[in-house]
Design a protein around this ligand. Structure first.
Ligand code: KG4
Ligand code: ZN
Length: 356
């Protein structure tokens, strides 16, 4: 690109909203720069999975330490890849909850420092909303109202969204999150961390009808979830087999367990769309990367006349672009945070409509 073209490009970009998204709620340090129109200029993720692998799950202190080491480097690299300087951004968006408190604080502190240093507005993003906004980022034709199924390692939520910023929580897990049970079952089988992708891969070669595990549909027409029953059933099965000295067919076990979880997620998402009389279901969060969930929900939804959206695989798990995208919508509403922003580890989706 010639020097003149480069200057022209920069000028046109400057007229737009340009948001940096910073995400450090769990074990991925992620920073992205996204344009208001949804174009991703940079999107970097530094995964810590290898460091947590031998513990079979995320160790909070290790997570915080790695975020501290990585976050500033990623900020510099994300700006460099985007061809931007800090003061050319419109705002800094950061995840402030839910998540691990020490991990969240690394991102929040970094974002506050950048915001203060460059005089940029600070935007506090709810991580669960961030996952939802991955769909708006990647599907420009996505329209409201819709029902969202947001399923990750820490959350399982069915949400009705009529307007941006208005979330009606229709159901949430009463115990373990969907991703959490994938991780716990994988750990019990000695398969490594994170368990979801490993179980997903093994399931492709297994028989989902081989072992019957319980499906918790709960009382009445509840749209809440409970995955502790299926988790205990799998753990009991593993113990029984090892007491009898019988070999476990890990592929069949993985496929049967996965089917039990996916079936409940799919049926409740369809019920929610029916109840709210919407035509669109948006699936997101780390577990949305599950191939069986993606295909089963798409199949059931098309039978029932619903459209299903989900992000490409790399935007299902934690990333900075989804936080930046949620930040764009908050920026347009001038929904800014102050310098006393703190991490809120137990943050929930706000039930009511924010009138700001
Ligand atoms: O969204 P995410 O990166 O972090 C949280 O917000 O929790 O989700 C991570 C979770 C982990 O529990 C991981 O095992 C699960 O998403 N996951 C999957 C798959 N890929 C990631 N679960 C099932 N199938 C997958 N393919
Ligand atoms: Zn997440």
């Amino acid at each position: 690109m010639s020097g003149a073209n480069m200057i022209e490009k920069k000028k046109s970009l400057q007229k737009e909203v340009i948001i940096m998204g910073i995400e450090t709620s769990c074990d991925d340090t992620a920073v992205a720069v996204v344009l208001g129109e949804g174009r991703i200029l940079s999107n970097l993720v530094s995964s810590q999975a290898d460091f947590h692998q031998r513990f079979g799950g995320v160790v909070p202190e290790i997570a915080s330490r790695h975020h501290l080491e990585a976050v500033n480097l990623l900020v510099d690299e994300a700006l460099r890849e985007a061809g931007m300087k800090l003061n050319e951004l419109s705002a800094i968006a950061v995840t402030y909850g839910p998540g691990l408190v020490g991990a969240l604080l690394m991102g929040v502190t970094c974002a506050k420092a950048l915001s203060y240093a460059a005089g940029l507005p600070l935007i506090a993003v709810n991580h669960i909303e961030g996952h939802l906004y991955a769909n708006f980022l990647l599907h420009r034709d996505l329209e409201l109202p819709l029902v969202a199924l947001i399923v990750s390692g820490g959350h399982t939520n069915l949400v009705y969204i009529e307007e941006h910023g208005c979330f009606e929580v229709l159901g949430r897990t009463r115990d373990d999150a969907a991703g959490e049970v994938f991780d716990k079952v994988a750990r019990a089988l000695g398969l490594g961390y994170p368990g979801g992708p490993i179980i997903d891969r093994l399931s492709a070669e297994g028989n989902p009808e081989a072992i019957t595990f319980p499906r918790a549909f709960l009382e009445g027409n509840s749209l809440d979830f409970s995955f502790s029953g299926v988790k205990s059933a799998v753990l009991n099965y593993i113990n029984r087999m090892s007491q009898k000295n019988e070999e476990i067919d890990v592929r069949d076990l993985a496929a049967s367990f996965q089917q039990a979880v996916v079936e409940v997620l799919v049926e409740k998402a369809i019920q929610a769309a029916e109840r709210k009389n919407v035509k669109t279901i948006a699936l997101s969060g780390g577990v949305a990367a599950n191939l069986s969930l993606r295909s089963s929900l798409s199949r059931r939804a098309s039978e029932e006349g619903y459209r299903v959206y989900y992000p490409p695989l790399e935007f299902c798990t934690d990333n900075g672009a989804m936080i930046a995208c949620a930040g764009i919508y908050q920026y347009l509403k001038k929904d800014f945070a102050s310098m006393d922003l703190n991490a809120v580890p137990g943050l929930q989706l706000s039930a009511g409509c924010d009138e700001t």
